[in-house]
Design a protein around this ligand. Sequence first.
Ligand code: HEM
Ligand code: HEM
Length: 282
Amino acid sequence: MSVSVTPETSFWLRHEFAIRRLHSLLGIVPLGLYMVIHLLTNASLLNGPETFQRSVYLIHSPGKLLPLIEWGFIFAPLIFHAVLGVWIARTGRSNASQYHYANNQRYSWQRWTGFIALVYLFFHILHLHGWFHAELYLELARQLGFATFRPYNAASTLVAAMQGYVWPAFYLVGVMACVYHLANGLWTAGITWGLWISPQAQERASKLCLVLGIGLAIVGASAWWAAVSPGEEEIEQWVEVENRMYDVATEAGLVTPNPEKRLESAEEEVPDEVEVRITVTD
Ligand code: HEM
Ligand code: HEM
């Protein structure tokens, strides 16, 4: 069977070495590192809304620089890795034989979980973050039920966004797919970078990645449970906790006031609170 060389395949052939390494590197740093920190942060909600809110304040402390950091260190590498991943998978240049996979199944799962991660992350980011922060766009997205997360009402808006069955089921599949993709991806990356070459070394590395994967699956499941298990009652109580934290944090100069990052109802409450305080001191 003859293989036709299109401009696309010839570009691939000329740069395969560099492309594979760039793809692999982005999967580990920043994406893999980000995912571990992200899941740990979300799992911290198990300790209560205060712990989670403090972490979110810290993440949002760069203020106006945050979109730049998000796009430069998360979204751009993610899009790049995803596009390259789809390209690698579509050009069908399996490295399975080259890397002596003990089980080809693992390699096809790496690709399948990549595709699941693509769908999951597109909707996950749209659902909570919204992708962009332009005012008009956000208004429209919110009307459609997206961009629901408000960083200054972190726990309550996260939990409110995860009510029902559809999103929780979608998240469970998405998170577990990402965990598999990272844990097995670390193992294949070790091969890409020549860290484990002999069958024995690959076997030992397999076990290490399995342990890492199980650990990360526990953290991911905790983050998922922390977001899906609370109900309406907690949401109401947590909004109050978050608003108290916001008042104190802005007064102390620890948080830059920003109504966009709060619930509209929380913003409306401010004049009432001022009024109450004045009444008390009078
Ligand atoms: C957004 C959608 C994503 C797609 C479509 C995707 C696709 C892929 C594909 C197809 C591979 C196998 C490449 C090969 O044949 O060697 C792969 C490898 C990998 N991916 Fe992803 N991926 C995605 C997201 C992620 C994320 C979020 C992470 C980190 C948490 C990640 C980390 C990795 C790692 C570490 C590897 C192994 C690289 C290597 O073998 O050298 N990927 N990805
Ligand atoms: C149950 C699990 C998860 C929960 C509760 C969760 C929660 C959140 C929340 C609340 C945001 C909005 C943050 C903000 O706007 O400040 C967010 C954004 C994001 N999440 Fe997740 N997430 C989960 C799993 C994942 C996984 C597995 C990945 C894979 C890498 C991921 C990747 C992202 C990315 C890239 C963003 C946008 C960047 C950012 O705002 O930090 N998430 N997530």
